[in-house]
Design a protein around this ligand. Structure first.
Ligand code: ARG
Length: 464
C-alpha cells in the first residue's frame, strides 16, 4: 500500500503509478535523503516526539538503510514511490513501528526540496572540479604558445595576428566565469534549506530550525510556502550548465575548423579523433562536435524546466518533480564531456608553421594606420589612406609591404622607410602589450594571474 493509502479504497492504477513514481531517477539522492533524516531525528527528540534512545535507534536504522543502498543490497519494492518513501518503508522494517515517527511534522515537500538542494551542492562542487581541471590544461597549452603567431578572426574573416596562447586563454576566461557562477550560486542559493517547512504551512513541532539545518550545513528558509516550491536553485544550475555548454560549443567550433586540413592549425591526438567507414583519409574531430552538439540539450533542459515553472501556483505542485531528470541529465552530460575536452586540450598539437603560413599582410592594415597615427595623423584619416593602399595592393595581388615607398609617400608624406620594420607580425602582436592584449608579455601576465589562481584550487586535483 502507498504511504498515503489510508483515505483510498483501491490501490493506484499501474499505468498511473508508472507516471507518478519518481524512484527510478530520484534514488540517486539516497545519501542526501538519509542525511536529512538523520539530522531530523535530533529535532524530533528536541520536540519531544522521540526519546533520546529512540532517536538513536532511528539513526542506527537509517545508517543500515544507507549501508544497504551503498552496497547495492537494498531491495526496492514496486510500491516504493520515491526515494523518500523507500527509505522510510525500509527503516520501519528494520526498527519497527518507531519508524513511523520519523515523518512527524515533515512532508515530502520540504524533504525533497532539502534533499535536492543538497544533491545540487555536491554536483556544483563536482562541476567546479571538472572546470578547474580543464582550465589548468588550457593554461599549460597557452604557456607553450605565447610566441606562436596565428590569424585572429572577426566574422570568420582574417582580422589581426594574435598569439595562440591568447586564443586558448580566451577560453580560460569563459570557463573561469562559469566557475565563479558556480561558486556564487553555492553561496547564494544552495545554503538555504526547506526542512521544517512541512507541506506548505510550516511545522507545529518546536525545535531550533537553525540548529537542525546547521547539521546539514545550511540555514533555514524564511517562508515555508515559498521554500517547498522554490526551484530557483535548479533553474540557476541548469543555466550555469547551459552556459558551460555554450562555451564548450564555441571551443568545439574553433577546434573543428582549426583541425580542418585547409587550416591545419591544430591536430587532435589519435585517441580523440575518429575515422570514416568509407573515406580512409578522414580524421574527424567527433568529440568536439559532440561538445558543440550537446549544448543543444543543455539549453533545452533549461528552457524546458523554466517552462515547467512558469505560471505554477504557489505551494508544491507535482510539476516540480520534473526538476530532477532535467538537472541529472545536464550534470551527467557535462561530466561526460568535460574530462574528454580536458584530455583533448592537454594532448592537442598546435602547428605553428601552418598558423604562420595562414598570416596575410592585409592583417597588418590596422598596424599601418597605427604607424601613421604614431607620426601624428588623426586615426580616421590614417584609416582612409591605408584603405586606399589595401585596395591598390589587392588589385595588384601584392602584400601591403610590397607597395613601393614612393607610392606610399604620394599618399602621405608621413610614410618613411621604417614602415617596413613596423609592419611585421611579431611587431604587430608585441605592440598590443597593454594589460589584456595579445603581446607575448601581456599573455604571460594573463597566464601568471591564472596560474596563481590555479594554485589556490589545488583541492580540485586531490582525489580523482
Ligand atoms: N517525488 C516528489 C518530487 O520529486 C516528492 C514530493 C512529493 N510530494 C507530494 N505531495 N506528492 O517532487
Amino acid at each position: 500500500m502507498a504511504l498515503w493509502g489510508g483515505r483510498f479504497s483501491s490501490e493506484p492504477d499501474e499505468a498511473m503509478r508508472l507516471l507518478n513514481d519518481s524512484l527510478p531517477f530520484d534514488k540517486r539522492m539516497y545519501k542526501q535523503d538519509v542525511a536529512g533524516s538523520i539530522a531530523y531525528t535530533y529535532a524530533l527528540h528536541e520536540a519531544g516526539i522521540v526519546s533520546a534512545e529512540e532517536a538513536e535507534t532511528l539513526r542506527t536504522g537509517l545508517q543500515s538503510v544507507l549501508a544497504e543502498m551503498e552496497s547495492d543490497k537494498f531491495e526496492f519494492l514496486p510500491t516504493d514511490e520515491d526515494i523518500h518513501t523507500a527509505v522510510e518503508r525500509r527503516l520501519t522494517e528494520i526498527v519497527g513501528v518507531l519508524g513511523g515517527k520519523l515523518h512527524t511534522g515533515r512532508s515530502r515537500n520540504d524533504q525533497v526540496a532539502t534533499d535536492f538542494r543538497m544533491w545540487v551542492r555536491d554536483a556544483n562542487e563536482a562541476l567546479q572540479k571538472a572546470l578547474v581541471r580543464l582550465m589548468r590544461v588550457l593554461v599549460a597549452q597557452s604557456e607553450y604558445h605565447t610566441h606562436t603567431i596565428m590569424p585572429g578572426y572577426t566574422h570568420v574573416q582574417p582580422a589581426q595576428p594574435i598569439v595562440a596562447g591568447h586564443w586558448l586563454m580566451s577560453y580560460f576566461e569563459m570557463f573561469y566565469r562559469d566557475f565563479i557562477r558556480l561558486v556564487d550560486s553555492a553561496d547564494l542559493s544552495l545554503r538555504v534549506l526547506a526542512l521544517g517547512s512541512g507541506a506548505l504551512a510550516g511545522t507545529p513541532l518546536s525545535y531550533d530550525r537553525k540548529a537542525l539545518l546547521g547539521r546539514l550545513d545550511g540555514i533555514p528558509s524564511d517562508n515555508s510556502l515559498d521554500a517547498v516550491a522554490d526551484r530557483d536553485f535548479v533553474a540557476d544550475m541548469l543555466y550555469i550548465c547551459a552556459m558551460i555548454g555554450v562555451h564548450l560549443s564555441r571551443l568545439g567550433e574553433d577546434i573543428v575548423w582549426y583541425s580542418n586540413p585547409n587550416f591545419g592549425y591544430i591536430t587532435l591526438d589519435d585517441r580523440y579523433s575518429t575515422g570514416s567507414s568509407i573515406m580512409p583519409q578522414k580524421r574527424n574531430a567527433d568529440p568536439m562536435e559532440l561538445a558543440r552538439g550537446k549544448a543543444g540539450r543543455l539549453i533545452g533542459n533549461l528552457t524546458g524546466f523554466l517552462t515547467t515553472l512558469k505560471g505554477l501556483p504557489s505551494g508544491y505542485n507535482k510539476d516540480l518533480q520534473e526538476d530532477k531528470e532535467a538537472l541529472f541529465d545536464s550534470f551527467d552530460t557535462l561530466m561526460m564531456i568535460l574530462p574528454v575536452v580536458t584530455a583533448i586540450i592537454e594532448t592537442l598539437k598546435l602547428n605553428p608553421d601552418k598558423m604562420r603560413a595562414a598570416l596575410t599582410e592585409d592583417m597588418l592594415a590596422t598596424d599601418m594606420a597605427d604607424y601613421l597615427v604614431a607620426k601624428g595623423m588623426p586615426f580616421r584619416e590614417a584609416h582612409h589612406i591605408v584603405g586606399v593602399v589595401v585596395r591598390d595592393a589587392s588589385e595588384r595581388g601584392i602584400g601591403l609591404t610590397k607597395v613601393p615607398l614612393d607610392e606610399l609617400k604620394a599618399l602621405s608624406a608621413l610614410f618613411d622607410a621604417d614602415v617596413l620594420e613596423w609592419l611585421t607580425f611579431e611587431k604587430s602582436v608585441s605592440r598590443r602589450s597593454n594589460f589584456g592584449g595579445t603581446a607575448p608579455d601581456a599573455v604571460l601576465k594573463q597566464i601568471e594571474i591564472a596560474e596563481s589562481w590555479l594554485e589556490s584550487q589545488a583541492w580540485a586535483f586531490n582525489n580523482p
